[in-house]
Design a protein around this ligand. Structure first.
Ligand code: HEC
Length: 134
């Protein structure tokens, strides 16, 4: 019995996903599926990150920001380290970019960008916050 239990357990581990899927698939009908809200938002969408990178070059951002060194504004990598990717942080930083502001990195204020579309700014932030994984 003991000898069998270990290989069976390993097999279940190896089957990983398949096992989990059959479990939730068949069993889910009996018990209502609970959709747990992840504590941390999933990583930014790849398309958003790619779009955001391009959008940054079309605005004035790079006049004051570089990826890895402070210019007038903080390095984007430092911003990414300070703010882990989450829905709340994307919201917070997007508002800051659109409305401008100061005080988080020093006395120099960031100019407001009222003409940028909120959706575009969120993509820019997705790109910026993706930099903490590199
Ligand atoms: C005129 C210079 C300037 C330009 C242009 C500029 N920034 Fe900034 N940015 C700053 C400064 C200065 C800060 C630090 C503000 C502070 O201390 O709160 C900053 C901060 C930030 C932060 C961090 C905000 C926080 O609350 O920690 C982000 C994100 C950011 N900028 C993104 C952008 C994006 C995206 C653009 C282009 C749309 C842009 N910036 C254009 C100067 C600039």
């Amino acid at each position: 019995m003991k000898r069998l239990a270990i290989p069976v357990f390993l097999m279940m581990l190896l089957m990983g996903n398949a096992y989990a899927q059959t479990k939730t698939g068949a069993g889910a009908k009996k018990a209502p599926a609970i959709k747990a809200k992840p504590a941390i938002a999933p990583a930014p969408k790849k398309e958003d990150v790619e779009d955001g990178k391009v959008l940054l070059t079309k605005s004035d951002c790079l006049a004051c920001h570089k990826v890895d060194t402070k210019v007038v504004g903080p390095a984007y990598m430092d911003v990414a380290r300070k703010y882990p990717y989450s829905v709340a942080n994307v919201e917070l930083l997007s508002n800051k970019i659109i409305n401008g502001g100061s005080g988080n990195w020093g006395a120099v204020p960031m100019a407001a960008h009222p003409t940028l579309a909120a959706a575009d700014v969120k993509k820019m932030v997705a790109y910026i916050l993706s930099l903490n994984t590199k």
